[in-house]
Design a protein around this ligand. Sequence first.
Ligand SMILES: [Zn+2]
Length: 128
Amino acid sequence: MYELTVRTRFAAAHSLRDYEGPCARVHGHTWHIEATFRGCRLDRKGMLLDFGVVKAKIKTVVEELDHNYLNEIKPFTGSAENNPTVENLARHIYNRLKQDLDKNNLPAQIASVRVWESPDTSAAYSEV
Ligand SMILES: [Zn+2]
């Protein structure tokens, strides 16, 4: 089994609904993302996935979030359950990358997405 991990970052604002504390007010983070892909088969060039292709896919997802107020973007609108928490962001990015990989029939699967909200705090989402 091979794993590839790609890191990127974006800046965005959010606030937490039904939360008591400073995070209920609008504030921003530079969110750091680590997306890990997994697969058993390498192509004839010895690659699981081309980093250029992977970075382009992550860029598409990140551009939807970058320099936005996340509470106004689906799926983070509505109730506190949909709060743009670091956990929900990790799941959202995971699902978007999974959809994209499935659609393009690539030989690797998304394994996990970890989102860092600060240098000391992160959450990861995976389905395995
Ligand atoms: Zn925050």
